[in-house]
Structure formats: structure tokens, C-alpha cells
Design a protein around this ligand. Sequence first.
Ligand code: FEO
Ligand code: CA
Ligand code: CA
Length: 681
Amino acid sequence: MSEQEHGPEQTESLTDRSETFDVILRQRLSRRAFLKGSAAAALPVLLAACGEEATSPPPPPPPPTAPAAPPTPMATSVPIPTTPPAATNPPAATNTPAATNTPEPAAVGAFEPIQPRPTTEDALAVPAGYTTTVLLRWGDPLTADAPDFAVDAQTADAQSKQFGYNCDMVAFFPLPIGSNASDHGVLAVNHEYTNPELMFRDFNPDAGPTQEQVDIQLAAHGVSFVEIQRGADGTWTYVRESPYNRRITATTQIEVTGPAAGHPLLETGDDFAAQSVLGTLNNCAGGWTPWGTYCTAEENFHQYFANLDTVTDEALRAMHERYGLPAGVSQYQWEKFYRRFDLAQVPNEPNRFGWVVEIDPYTAGSAPKKRTALGRFRHEAVTFVVAPDNRVVVYSGDDERFEYVYKFVTEGTFTPGNREANMSLLDAGTLYVARFDNDGTGVWMPLVFGEGPLTAENGFESQADVVIKTRLAADALGATRMDRPEDMETNPVNKKVYLMLTNNTRREEGDTNGANPRANNETGHVIELTEAGDDPSATTFTWEIFLICGNPSDESTYFAGYDKTRVSPISCPDNCTFDNHGNLWIATDGQAGTIGYNDALHMIPVEGPERGHVQQFFSSVAGSETCGPLFTSDNTSLFVAVQHPGEGGNFAEPVSTWPDGTVPPRPSVVVIQKEGGLPIV
Ligand code: FEO
Ligand code: CA
Ligand code: CA
């Protein structure tokens, strides 16, 4: 969803507001851009433009152009691996980079950037020399007893054995376990939410869903695990009756672990022990652990709960308000049939969502676990990296306007090769929230009960209280209010951390800060963060603005100082990944409503003379967003999830018939390959 519901405003963080915009920008624009001299021209433009009204429609863009010169080797200030990431433990695309000091030129100029596509275009687009194949569609049968998809014969039982709706995050777990395979594995895919107006021929938005439609939607949420393989001819297929195939849905039994397990705020009439939750909701992005488990992030859980105005407990009501729960009817109206979605009947149920859920894809029937030590908020991304001392660091954002950026550092250490020993690492550690100071430094502030303001007199009685009320704890510490933190990932080549800030149209002049420098930030930006000593467990960092997104003809944009006449338009950065050269790949969610193009996937070098050169690689279809970009470890296959094709239309009046030319459109995972089986770049 490109524009999230908005929770109540919170107390202003006073640390952010003291400096003027131009001072901030002069301090925080890419230092390397200044060294190159290009920012000397860019800066005055930025300063002038950011004072303008941002309500005028964006002017038409220049077409992106191919590099004028032959491919330029990337600067060799960082080691470039010549091999895929280290084959330590699964999965293949681990954030732990291979240890090599042999530089290799990045593949800049490997493809001709494609033109951005109009929002009516209902076909995928990739550069010449590349192919797209639809691998998994909504409704594809995943078990021996699952029926084939039939739009007019949908049942909850069938959906619970079929690929779910609205695919988002994608992760790859190599087979056999412990290998670094690029041709065989278990694909994990999140199913974030449902579009009943597109799923059901007879959906009536005025009357709301029928119980059958609710039950199907419950089964269409969650996660799919699917065994996939690449044949000798290079074609990917899924293994329909694999024992690895599994669905997790909004009704799967899930254990609660960590500090909040058993806490009274998680108790309900159906679970007095507060240790077992029915299902996971709004599974947006996620990540994979170095020990080969999958972590899925529960994002906009507030959309599923109704009737906050009936909650009489003042503290509980205030907390629910802080998390944006609606006063009356919910967006999905599941409360019509299930009391747990009605706050009048089960006021604690929302406290059981907004967590990170860890699932073992290699062990059939293993219990998914809500890992409460990582905090409760609208989790976007759960990305892992191992610190030099083998503690494990997890980054996650809270995707709402003016919310925060978090990381978690485990107490215990990762033991390579001993999977069992790592299986409870996420239950103990320190959760931090970020403060971005205007001088380009930053601090990870610990959210620890008893420290600073996190005491009983401020409403925190235990660490369980701190993690259940994570947003309130972060408010108390004066964390920096960001422009909707989305994906946040460590570049395995240069070790820097890239933070996608998708947009924030409610940030006003005078409310900007160094890390969120643009008022009415319709098109989002990207921050490049360097942990002190390149140690991800560090408690301080430095940061700089990497991109200020938009149509390059919009003067408020900035591309790390790169020549604006040569970049592709980019808006609303959401998910990201890296290729083996360390280039950043950004998938977008919201280009259609902001710069007037279908959502896309862009490649951006982060080092050398091409740093900041945004090059569009992929265009998605009408009404969809681009999700889940992920390379196999050999870089020859790139998975992309096409989420909510046709959103904006409905069953009777479709705006998309992708992928099969039929109604309804079907959210699907696509594989992109280069002809000849060569690396993508
Ligand atoms: Fe579900 Fe933050 O995108
Ligand atoms: Ca999204
Ligand atoms: Ca997302």
C-alpha cells in the first residue's frame, strides 16, 4: 500500500528542529559529491527548490540516457568480491560478505536503462537481452490435495493450501540445507494484505464481506514456503508436492517468546497464558537469519481491528491510539464474524500483533514464533548482519509517517554450523532506536527498562512493558521522527547500511531535520548510514543523504551529486537489495501517484564515478507495486514480487488482467534472467 493510514501526532522531538534547512543541507549532502565538485552546482538548486510549493504537478521527465562513455570500472576503495557471498550457513544471499580483497570492476553499463512506463501499461518491461517468467501466482496449488485455482470456486480450505495473495518479501533458502545453491531452494514469500474488490466477483463494498470471503482472506494472508528449482534449460519451476511447501496464515497457531510472553497485556479469553496467538497479519518485508530461518514483519496490523472508542481502560486506549487503531469499523470488517478483531470484546488482541515472527523453513511443522524482544511496531524489514564478535544485529523500521528506525543486538553470539544453538538467539538482547543528529552523527539509544525515562513512574514496569509499548518508549527517548522508514539493509560489499524513507506528505516547512530535509516529501529519500568502525553492533554512527527521490527535473531531487540529466525518475523507495558488486537495487511503491509512472526496480551504484546513477531495470504492471527484489547467490536470477496488480480497479472494471490476460489479475512472483544464463549484471 503506498499511502499508509496515519496515527495520531506525537510530541515533537526537540532534538531535530534547531537548524535551518540550508545549514542542514550544507552539512549533510554527500561529502563525496562535494569532492567531485558536482554538488557545487547542485546545492544552490536544492536550496532554492526546497522552499517552493511542492503541490504543483511534476513536469515531464527527461528520458534516462545510457552512459555516454564505455563502462567505467568502479572505484576500488572498497573490496569487491569475486565470489558469491560466503557459503557459511544458509541462506545463499546472506548479509555476511565473502572475505576477499580482490577488487573487481562493477558491471556499470551492463544494461540499457528502460524508459519509465505510463500507469496504464499492463505489461512487465526489462532491458533488451533479459527475460521475465511468472513463477508463482496467487492461487497456485502448493500441496498434493490442493485444488487448482478457480476464481469462482474459492474456499478458505483451498486457499490455505494455495499460494497466498499480494506477494511482498521474497527470501531464498538453498537446498540442500547448508549449501550455497543458486538452482534449488525453498522460496519464502510474504502475503501482505488482500484486495477483496479484486478477488471476488460478488464482493459488495457497501455491505462488506461475507463470512466466506473473510475466511478466504484470512487464509490468503501470511507466508508461503515453496520448493523451487532451475532446470538444465535455465527455466525455474516450483515443486507442487514438495514436503517443504507450507502455508502460514492469519489462523496458524504461533508461539509467543521473549519478554512479552505471558504478560497480562497479551492475555485474552482464548489465551489466558498469553503465549499462543492465532495467526500473523500484514506480513510486509522481512529477512533471513544466518542460521537459515525466515523472519516476517507484521506491519499495518491496526487495519484489522475495530471499535477503539469502546475501550474504557485509559492506558490501554492511549496505547492503541498511539498505534493508530480506528475508533469505529475496521478497514477489513472481519469483526463482523470474529470477536477477536472487535476491541469491544477482546481489547488486548492488537497487542498480539506488530511483532517479528521467526519460522524454520527447513523443518516441516515447526512452530512459528513471535520474537517479542525485537519490539512491537509496524515492522518493515527484519534484516540481519553478524557483528565482528558474532553477536547478531537486526535492523527494522516502523513504517508510518514520523516513526522511528530500530535495531536489535542479540545478547548471545552466532555459532556457525550449530543451528540448534542459534535458534533462540532472538529472545534476548538490546533493542535500540535511532537519533539522527544534524551534524551527520547519530546514536543508537537503548530501550532498556530502568534506564533513562523507561521507569515505573513513566508507565514502564518491566522490559515486557517496554517492548509492548515500543513506540511510547522511543518517544520518551527523543528518537528522530522519520519519513516512513521502509527497508533497511547492509550492503555486503561496502558494509554501509541503506535506509529507504518512502515519503511523508505531512512533513511541513519548519518540521524538517537533517535526516528528513524535505517538506511535503512526496517522493521519498534514501540515507546511507555508516556504523562506527563498520561494526553493526556499534552504538554510534554517521550518516548522509544518498538520494532525494523524484523526477530529476524536480529541482528538489538529489542523486548523490550525479548528473541529473542521466538518471531515471525514481519515487517512493520501499524494498531494496544488492547485487554481488554492491550496487543498490531499489523497488518502489508509489511512483504512479507521484511521478506518474508504473512502479519499478532501479539499479544504483554506490561507489566510484557512477555513484548515484539511478538506472531503471524493470517496470511493473498497472496498479501494482514492485516488491521483494532478491538475487540468487550466483546473481543469475532475480526474483521480483508483483503486488496488487490492478489496484484501483475492481472485478467488474479491471485496470489489469496480468499475468494471463484474464480477470482477476493475480499477484505473482516473477524471475528475471539474462539470456544465456549470464549474471544479471
Ligand atoms: Fe508494506 Fe511498508 O510497506
Ligand atoms: Ca510496500
Ligand atoms: Ca514494504
